[in-house]
Design a protein around this ligand. Sequence first.
Ligand code: ACO
Length: 428
Amino acid sequence: MAEDTLTITDNRTGQEYTLPITDGTIRATDLQQLRIDDGDSGLMAYDPAYLNTASCRSAITYIDGDAGILRYRGYPIEQLAEDATFLETAFLLLEGELPTAEQLHRWEEDVRYHTYVHTNVQKFLEGFRYDAHPMGMLLGAVGALSTFYPDAKDIGDPDGRYLQRVRLMAKLPTIAAYVFRHSHGLPYVLPRNDLDYIGNFVNMTFEIGGRHEPSPVLQRSLEILLVLHADHEQNCSTSAVRGVGSSHVDPFSAVSAGIAALYGPLHGGANEAVLRMLDQIGTKANVPGFIEEVKAGKGRLMGFGHRVYKSYDPRAKLIKRVADDVFEQTGLNPKLEIALELERIALEDEYFVSRRLYPNVDFYSGLIYQAMGYPTDYFTVLFALGRLPGWIAQWEEMLGDPEQKISRPRQVYVGEGERPYVPRADRG
Ligand code: ACO
């Protein structure tokens, strides 16, 4: 019978080693026993950008990138998007099981109770310039929350962790809405605890003089988008939350690191970049020319490609359906025609096919957010609202994992050898 081991011969020494294989992995630290002599600190695995390195064991999200499968705690994303609310999904990610009616009620009530933020947070936001990027404001404000809740430092206390979890879930929509109002020069709208999670957020962003008429279709569509974004295992921002959290800093600081990572155009900022790209293309007739430029290496087709999905991103499929519901309500976004044409050509083009580049979650989400009335530079804030439960769940899983330590990769030093300091006057 085949053994779950790997036998390696170190040709430098002729020595043979047998390493255990567990869950399809070898332990990189097992390689340390491969040494040339006693002074050698052992063989390392070199893996820039963690292309083939598992950094943790996780029971939260399962992805099969080749088959286009995404599941939270075992539940297919398609079923959650169809039936689950966002808070229910958050409970599932955080607790591991779907809530009973009673658990869901308590969770919703706890979150509802904590939606207000200290008025100094409002003052803090007022300090930002009128044209400050919403993600810059969001990450600053969430980081600042740690100063309002010094008890959050006690990450070893399960009750305390629950409280911070509730505070983050409850206050992020309030802060996100204040950021929106700040960008528009509008007064802040206080949370309304008679509304549900999504209804309250939408009201805080769009209410003006009692004239905002909520649309159940748009609110459910936003909720589905948040469910689709709620976790995605060890992506850049989640790894940032885990990495920063591994220093045992409070969760507000760790989450603000996640927001910073999400801000980048290669990650959550891609939905914003897609809209700018569609603006730049301008008309459907310009699409073939734009595709040629991408193929010639002059920029990327934003919203295409993924580190893990090498087939159609299952979230992009679901988002396309949401788009139909939203556009039926709001009327067609003219940029949709350009996006559909880009997708049609790219899915047939050898360049994209051979590299297995398919639309990702960000390709259509920006068009939907725009139709809902959110400005382009605000899209990633909506992504952050969705990803929050995943960040918290992954942070707590990391803290409870006895194998985890402070995150600290190794390096291969390629710089100068030792050399004497040259006095300033002697440097040519
Ligand atoms: N447009 C054109 N070419 C692309 C694209 C793209 N969007 N993405 C990858 N490629 C090409 C690369 O140039 C490379 O080609 P080469 O082999 O000839 O050099 C090949 O495909 C592999 O690309 P990598 O950069 O090695 O793939 P990686 O896994 O590192 O990158 C990423 C993944 C960052 C998502 C990339 O596909 C990309 O930049 N996409 C556009 C930005 C985007 O949409 N990001 C959102 C991702 S989803 C999310 O974060 C929520």
